[in-house]
Write a protein that binds this ligand. Structure first.
Ligand code: DX5
Ligand code: ZN
Length: 224
């Protein structure tokens, strides 16, 4: 199983986002998780496509290897801004099905731009929509906190939903990433992996520490 660590820049120093992206890339991150909030779908406001475009060239390791930008849209409506993020260099764009009036069309708005599409499920949101769109997506993102803020505690029922999502992925026969988002720490990441996740968002666990690489290395050690 290939595990991926995706630091969320929501917890980074917003006065130095370029440096922070470079720092976590150098610390061994696999993806850069980019939390987009519109103060409509969630009670918080972050950044848009222009910031994604500005940060894209910084999402690189010291050796020059580019890291995928994993855009998590906590916005409603979805389609127009998803297209703008595709133009801004997003590599994956995920959205909440309950934030879109037409989920299948919103997925197409992303995949038609050649960008990988994902669906994000809040703690009380069922997986049922996957019955009809799992063939069209590349990523399932399970929220283990309520969206809008970093630094919250992991909601344990997410473990059961991860198991259910893993079963759906296996039944689909597709190589779909299973990402978990919220309250991921060095001391619970193994449990989340054992439930079936392969990609882990971590914001405060990483950016609250002086040595990002030490945290990423500790997370990888817990996953081995
Ligand atoms: C919350 C965001 C998460 C958050 C994770 O709405 O989607 O990505 O930044 O932050 P931590 O890891 O601190 O829970
Ligand atoms: Zn997120």
């Amino acid at each position: 199983m290939t595990y991926r660590i995706a630091p969320s820049i929501l917890a980074a120093d917003f006065a130095r986002l370029g440096d922070e992206v470079r720092a976590v890339a150098a610390a061994g991150a696999d993806w850069i998780h980019f939390d987009v909030m519109d103060n409509h779908y969630v009670p918080n406001l972050t950044f848009g496509p222009m910031v994604c475009k500005a940060l894209k060239p910084h999402a690189k390791t010291p050796e020059g290897m580019a890291l995928p930008i994993d855009v998590h849209l906590m916005i409603s409506p979805v389609d127009a801004l998803a297209a703008s993020f595709a133009e801004a260099g997003a590599d994956l764009i995920s959205f909440h099905p309950d934030a879109s009036g037409h989920v299948h069309r919103s997925v197409q708005a992303i995949t038609s731009k050649g960008v990988k599409a994902g669906l994000v499920f809040n703690p009380a949101e069922p997986l049922d929509v996957l019955d009809w769109v799992i063939e069209d997506i590349d990523l399932i993102l399970i929220m283990s906190v309520n969206p809008g803020f970093g630094g919250q505690s992991f909601i344990d029922s997410a473990l059961r939903k991860i198991e259910a999502a893993r079963k759906r992925i296996e039944a689909s026969g597709k190589d779909i990433r299973l990402e978990v988002d919220g309250g991921i720490k060095t001391d619970n990441i193994r449990q989340v992996a054992d439930a079936g996740a392969d990609t882990f968002v971590a914001g405060s666990a990483i950016f609250s520490q002086p040595d990002y690489k030490a945290v990423v290395d500790a997370m990888r050690a817990a996953l081995r």
